[in-house]
Design a protein around this ligand. Structure first.
Ligand code: NAD
Length: 247
């Protein structure tokens, strides 16, 4: 049986699926992954130097502008075949989607209730209280960044989890519960370098799940996968659904 057929068979037989996605699933939508080189204006910065609380403290305007640029990229992008395949999968079998992505391409492809481990680029928070700042207030209060309306010492900041910040406990618990409960887990387009997200397949396998990885490049999870599909997500996932429908 070839790999796509095996994936289709496992998905068809599954009772509960967990799909863990990373930046690679949005690559075919034109959004650069974190570990790819950046383009143009930002080529001289490493994302790791822009996506930390220390970077924001040092130069809030620089970080604010970088996120504004990424927000524009996301607004111009469209979901690709892999995002649509994940949404379709959830209509065929109970599926929990856990994404590390801060774009909204899964949601725009029809995935509801995605567990967004690392927040959302569309949200803005107070840097002190972490309360949401609404878009209407932001539109009326320009600044790079504006001061927070929620705290005198606060600034508006992107609603994403930065390196060195903890994931919200309730979000992490939901993801771990889903890992314990699934019988099939797919890791799609993640370099599996960032924990706790990268630990979800191990939790699932520990509880008996079958694990497949879809990624053109090997990752630290590759050796433990039951099936590896070294192909772009936008090809592999729709192909597996096609095989399922035809079988
Ligand atoms: P990543 O960029 O580390 O890895 C992307 C992976 O996708 C790679 O393994 C690559 O081989 C794979 N890939 C590329 N094209 C693909 C395709 N068409 N189909 C399938 N796979 C493809 O992204 P990540 O694993 O999501 O990173 C983990 C988390 O690290 C991120 O969600 C983010 O929260 C955090 N991070 C954030 C920043 C930042 O905000 N600036 C920077 C670095 C990491």
């Amino acid at each position: 049986m070839n790999a796509i057929h095996e994936l289709a068979t496992r998905l068809r037989q599954a009772r509960r699926v967990l799909v863990l996605t990373g930046a690679g699933i949005s690559a075919e939508s034109g959004i650069a992954t974190f570990r790819d080189a950046q383009s143009g204006l930002w080529a001289r910065f490493r994302p790791e130097d822009l996506a930390t609380p220390e970077a924001f403290q040092r130069d809030p305007a620089l970080v604010w502008r970088w996120y504004a640029w990424r927000r524009e990229q996301v607004a111009e992008a469209r979901p690709n075949a892999a995002h649509y395949a994940v949404a379709e999968l959830a209509r065929r079998v109970p599926t929990v989607l856990v994404t590390q992505n801060v774009d909204d391409l899964h949601q725009r492809a029809g995935s509801v209730d995605a567990i967004c481990l690392h927040g959302s680029i569309a949200r803005t928070l107070c840097s002190v209280t972490h309360r949401d700042i609404d878009a209407d207030w932001l539109a009326a209060n320009p600044g790079e960044p504006p001061r927070s309306p929620h705290h005198a010492d606060g600034l508006a900041r992107p609603g994403v989890i930065w390196f060195g910040e903890n994931l919200p406990q309730n979000v992490l618990e939901l993801a771990c519960d889903a890992a314990r409960a699934c019988d099939v887990i797919l890791a799609v387009g993640t370099s599996a370098m960032v924990y706790p997200a990268a630990g979800l397949p191990s939790i699932a396998q520990h509880h008996g799940a079958w694990f497949a990885e879809i990624n053109p490049q090997a990752t630290p999870l590759t050796p433990q996968a039951d099936l590896v599909i070294a192909a772009p997500a936008g090809i592999a996932l729709p192909a597996a659904l096609t095989v399922w429908k035809e079988s």
